[in-house]
Ligand binder design. Sequence first.
Ligand SMILES: Cc1cc2nc3c(=O)[nH]c(=O)nc-3n(C[C@H](O)[C@H](O)[C@H](O)COP(=O)(O)OP(=O)(O)OC[C@H]3O[C@@H](n4cnc5c(N)ncnc54)[C@H](O)[C@@H]3O)c2cc1C
Length: 450
Amino acid sequence: MEVHGWGRYPVTSAEILAPTDAASLNKLLSAKQHNSAIPRGAGRSYGDSSLSSRLLSSRFFDNFSELNTESMTVRCGSGISLNDILKICIPQGLFLPVLPGTKFVSVGGAIAADVHGKNHHLDGSFCDHLESFRIMLASGELLHCSRSENQDLFHGTCGGMGLTGMVVDATLKLINIKSTSISQQSLVAKNLQESFELLNNSDASKYSVAWLDCLSSGDSLGRSIIYLGEHGKERGKEQEEKLERDQHEILKHRAGRSLSIPFSTPSLLLNKYTMKAFNNTYYTFKVKEKAELNVNYDRYFFPLDGVKNWNRLYGGKGFLQYQFVLPTESAQPGIEKVLEKITSAGKGSFLSVLKKFGEANSNLLSFPKEGFTLTLDFKREKSLFPLLDELDEIVCEHAGRLYLAKDARMSAETFKSGYSKWEEFVELKNKYDPKNVFSSLQSDRIGLTD
Ligand SMILES: Cc1cc2nc3c(=O)[nH]c(=O)nc-3n(C[C@H](O)[C@H](O)[C@H](O)COP(=O)(O)OP(=O)(O)OC[C@H]3O[C@@H](n4cnc5c(N)ncnc54)[C@H](O)[C@@H]3O)c2cc1C
């Protein structure tokens, strides 16, 4: 069967195996010990990290074992989506501490990429709130991992892109919320300098993210709209009623979610002129929007989830998302260079998002590190690849790295220059999976397997 990631590039042919429980996964692994495979969750990573000739789908690992409101934890199968967790937690006044830009990712995928949200500067990434998980190794052994049990495997699997084994289930910590609304404040930054200043001055805000007009130039280069957010503060009976109303709102919103892209848009429609027009219009429109709004969490965290199959907008050839992080000291000059390079190449991105990261954690391959991360989308075309190679050089020169969950083309050199613990990871892999049973197109390309 033909499969691809969210960017619809690359496309490969694969056998999809869907074990129904740990015992059937064990059977699959011992039957074909020498054939490589990679776990696959919801397929929301953009490139080739969940592609291989054999995919181990977590689709049937979709059970909830326990929602413990005392300890504020949830135990569930690795194939459960964050959306499903939110649906059972919200009525209890509980919420996930870290959310990526889509709720349609699986727990296994969120662990494997150690995903981050709009609050990394305060709360770290997904696995910083992970209590434990069970993983099945290539040998078929099922191990329990936490910060105190099989720690090396815990820190290698969190952010390890499915290369250490298949996560079967996990226990996640939750936070309390008093309302599902987010008080959103928007700020306008006239250029990149101001975008950095406003994000730096917003450290106390729970959530922050800047939407950047990546096609503005000259004095307006890097202008942006910054969205800050705090959880709503209702209490007592009022709170209960509000949660109920919000729940109703969510269901209504889901039912009414009819906007869908039914087929790939002709990619000719996406060129530097339409991109520029879009960026300009969005900026001008948003500048006029009310600066303070109460919005449902769905709209704040997952604005793109409302448009089904939006990845088809980029045409039949698909698109590439390019996300990198640069350390605080070099972030502004580095991002300035990247933006200038894109503008002079006449390329554009609909979506350009700037976020501030806090300290890195101790996982071997987790992406976030202290500094700033920029995300850009590009329609796939031949002339894009040399440009991305040039952007890689800027990222490496500025001591940055690219996000594995978005990548479809970086070289082994770029990967190794960004991820200083890659050799430790290979040692760990030799310990738990010496025959590289778990490998992906990506891991072969960047020199972690093969
Ligand atoms: C619209 C959109 C917005 C996004 N926003 C963000 C964001 O804000 N922050 C962020 O960090 N990411 C973001 N992402 C990326 C996404 O969160 C990650 O790629 C995530 O890993 C996808 O999870 P998945 O279940 O779809 O996994 P897949 O894409 O299926 O797989 C991703 C990786 O996880 C591994 N994996 C999956 N299941 C398991 C398992 N059970 N055991 C072991 N390994 C497993 C795979 O082998 C692969 O390496 C976004 C993606 C989209 C489409």
